[in-house]
Ligand binder design. Structure first.
Ligand SMILES: [Cu+2]
Length: 229
């Protein structure tokens, strides 16, 4: 029997799939004049949320990476120090160490660090692109909670999901980081975690690469163990 939908789409309809991507959010409290905790260690794909409890005027600034207070400048927000009860979030897609400061209080030692490690929970899968203008593999089935490591080995590419929810290259649009999400020959790489059962078609937005598409099928391991898949 030929069904009008594939198995993943049917599972998705049964489970009322909504958002696709989730990850852990780590909260840092901003006070006069310190960050707590001073250092957070997270996995690539996780979010750091700074919550200002003041009452002084503070911000979070990491040179070349992000500047946030009432929103992040990379997202059109105002990163100027503010004594409002602001909440700012930044998503980190790549391993590395990100020192940051509160600009008016750095001389009082108001500094912090985000340490981003490669994901060590869930299974990590790889999707590569390069000079052949393809995603390899171009179709991938993973279990909810797994991570996909996307990397560009050469050629001017990016990744956009068909529903417009994600546009990524050196990082992803909306992450709060100062990164280029347009197709670029910069050899970018980033991690995406897929926590929800879904079918996620994506493509490269380079107008010369209209054939360059890919698909991530995210299935539930519970359904899998029940023999549904
Ligand atoms: Cu491309």
């Amino acid at each position: 029997m030929k069904l009008p939908f594939n198995k993943t789409q049917i599972i998705c309809m049964l489970l009322l799939c909504t958002s696709v991507l989730n990850a852990t959010t780590h909260v840092v409290t901003v006070r006069d004049n310190s960050f707590s905790p001073v250092t957070v260690v997270i996995e690539a794909g996780d979010t750091v949320r700074w919550v200002n409890e003041g009452p002084g005027a503070h911000n979070v600034y990491s040179v070349g990476n992000f500047r946030c207070a009432n929103g992040c400048e990379a997202n059109g927000g105002n990163g100027d120090p503010s004594n409002a009860a602001w909440v700012a979030e930044v998503v980190f897609r790549n391993p590395g160490t990100f020192p940051y400061e509160c600009q008016p209080h750095v001389q009082f030692g108001m500094v912090g660090t985000v340490v981003v490690q490669a994901p060590n929970t869930g299974v990590t899968h790889q999707v590569e692109t390069g000079l052949e203008n393809e995603f390899t593999p171009n179709e991938l089935t993973i279990t909810a909670g797994d991570v996909v490591f996307f990397s560009n080995q050469g050629g001017v590419h990016n990744i956009e999901t068909a529903d417009g929810s994600l546009t990524c290259a050196e990082g992803c649009e909306g992450d709060g980081q100062i990164v280029n999400t347009d197709p670029t020959g910069f050899q970018w790489e980033f991690y995406l975690r897929f926590d929800e059962v879904a079918s996620v078609p994506y493509f490269c937005a380079n107008p010369a690469h209209t054939e360059q598409t890919g698909l991530i099928n995210v299935i539930s391991d519970v359904l899998f163990s029940n023999g549904f898949q």
